[in-house]
Design a protein around this ligand. Structure first.
Ligand code: PLP
Length: 524
């Protein structure tokens, strides 16, 4: 049996540490010459605070210990396998961090004169071009901040397309399969569309009869991820594209699972018109607690009003980086008259974009293909290891080859002995593994959505499968045991109701203080 013990520090909140007046960092005094310049542009008196902000006052070593202790009570891809399905928690190569955090990148200001930022503009220009090539499209905007933001961008482009064609009154619906990520229907609704959900067929593809029944003149577009969240390649995609295009709808590609086909197949070639890319998934920049992501959106050269020379690319949000070949100079193009506009300040999240740029540059076309191969191989090796293990099943045609992920179900175990997917997840945590995504997609009962990505080694996948088998053995022998898990983590089992109930959620220091003073209900 694997032995794992997570550290457990009695760590207070940083505001409760330290002492007034304690100093961890000394700002050097400005030199006289600099002071002369800065003095003039110092913050005007009238917009200064009357009292300084209440910041924690700690020494350097106290600060360091605080954060190191916290990292020891959490789990990241630096600790072990983190196979959160669909989230694509790849290893984040250090070399990319080093370069993306170079002061020559981080110290740039978006309002700097173009002539002084030709380097970063060249990076962003090339990234736009490479991403367009990878998804088989013609133009990209790096502007959106993440996948969900890219989706909103995409459906706003769909809306604008129908507006410019004077048919938005009629085009009111977006079709979304029932295997979709929750952000798909949410983005469609935010853009003012009615969401029409269609079911998946028993083989995991979109049910074509349900699709045909749902499509009509009111169809504005369809959102789909391919491979799906079940890890299955949508085999009818060309036919689906034909059906949607026939009613002048647009196809949106949710690129969260691009790492399952990258280098092998391109959404643009399948008939998709618009796609987002999760830089923080497929192209390895950190996410979750690791920092902001980036969700570039690319479009195909679809005519909107060809007589007026308007194409989908004119609807993209900006700014976009262009290149003047004659002057050999990069420049910024702000959104034009047909663009959906500006959705975020300036260029989006530039650091993760640079990270993605370095990842693509380092791997090259062959390396990107190999990353895909490794991810797909890892999934299917894991499926082989799990074949016939009591308590688990693979819904939606277990015989079909999976791409980057697989959804196991703990339904047999739940039915036989009452041990659930959540219990299984806690059993994994207890052994020093991160749990898969559970209870998603919604179409699988007791779902354990598992994605090793290209990062994980053969040995780790074997250990993971072994632990799942061990959990099942324990569950069938003593079904009460799994209910006590986890024991070896910094926090034992969390009360799911309290954890999400507004009466207990404590998201900020202010709320924490109010709870502590008993003004907002108990602090537990
Ligand atoms: C992660 C994910 C999204 C949303 O992307 P974010 O970058 O997290 O906003 C959308 N669809 C699928 C299938 C995903 O896995």
């Amino acid at each position: 049996m694997r032995v794992f013990r997570q550290a457990k520090w009695p760590e207070p909140i940083i505001f409760e540490l330290g002492d007034p007046g304690r100093i961890g960092f000394m700002v050097p005094e400005l030199e006289k010459e600099i002071l002369e310049i800065v003095g003039e542009i110092a913050i005007p008196e009238k917009i200064r605070r009357s009292s300084p902000p209440k910041l924690p006052e700690l020494s350097e070593v106290e600060t360091l210990r605080h954060f190191v202790n916290l990292t020891q009570m959490t789990f990241g891809v630096e600790n072990g396998p983190l196979p959160l399905g669909s989230c694509t928690m790849k290893y984040n190569p250090r070399i990319a961090a080093e370069l993306a955090f170079d002061p020559r990148i981080t110290m740039l200001h978006p309002l700097q004169d173009e002539d002084t930022v030709q380097g970063i503009l060249e990076i962003l220009y090339n990234l736009q071009k490479w991403l367009a090539n990878i998804v088989g499209m013609d133009a990209c905007s790096l502007h959106p901040a993440a996948g969900a933001h890219g989706e909103l961008t995409g459906v706003l482009i769909i809306r604008k397309y129908h507006e410019l064609k004077n048919q938005i009154d009629k085009k009111t619906e977006i079709i979304v399969p029932d295997s979709a990520h929750g952000t798909n229907p949410a983005s469609s609704a935010m853009a003012g569309f009615k969401v029409v959900e269609i079911r998946s067929a028993p083989d995991g593809n979109v049910d074509m009869e349900a699709l045909k029944a749902a499509v009509s003149d009111t169809t504005a577009g369809l959102m789909l991820t391919n491979p799906s969240t079940l890890g299955l390649f949508e085999e009818n995609i060309v036919e689906i594209a034909r059906i949607i295009h026939e009613v002048d709808g647009l196809l949106y590609y949710d690129g969260a699972n691009l790492n399952g086909i990258m280098g092998y197949a391109r959404p643009g070639d399948m008939g998709f018109d618009i796609a987002h890319i999760n830089i923080h998934k497929t192209f390895s920049s950190p996410h979750g607690g690791g920092g902001p992501g980036a969700g570039p959106v690319c479009v195909r050269n679809v005519p909107v009003i060809p007589e007026k020379n308007i194409y989908l690319k004119d609807l993209l949000p900006g700014p976009i980086v262009e290149y003047d070949k004659e002057k050999d100079r990069y420049y910024i193009k702000w959104p034009g008259r047909y663009s959906i506009g500006v959705l975020k300040a300036f260029f989006g999240n530039v650091i993760p974009l640079v990270w993605g740029f370095i990842y693509i540059l380092a791997l090259g076309p062959q390396g990107l293909k190999e990353a895909t191969e490794q991810a797909v191989l890892n999934t299917n090796y894991f499926i082989k290891l799990m074949e016939g293990v009591k308590g688990y099943s693979i819904p939606y045609d277990p015989g079909r080859f999976r791409k980057h992920e697989v959804v196991l179900s703990a339904e047999p175990m739940e039915r036989d002995v009452g041990v659930t997917a959540e219990d299984v997840a806690k059993g994994l945590l207890d052994a020093g593994f991160y749990a898969p995504t559970i209870y998603f997609p919604l179409i699988v009962k007791e779902a354990l959505m598992t994605e090793f990505t290209d990062t994980e080694t053969k040995e780790n996948i074997e250990k993971y499968a072994e632990r799942l088998k061990e959990i099942s053995d324990i569950a069938y022998k003593d079904p009460k045991e799994p209910k006590k898990w986890p024991q070896n983590t910094a926090r034992t089992r969390i009360d799911n109701v309290k954890a999400s109930h507004p009466r207990y959620v404590t998201p900020t220091w202010r709320v924490y203080r109010l709870r502590k003073e008993g003004k907002l209900g108990a602090l537990k």
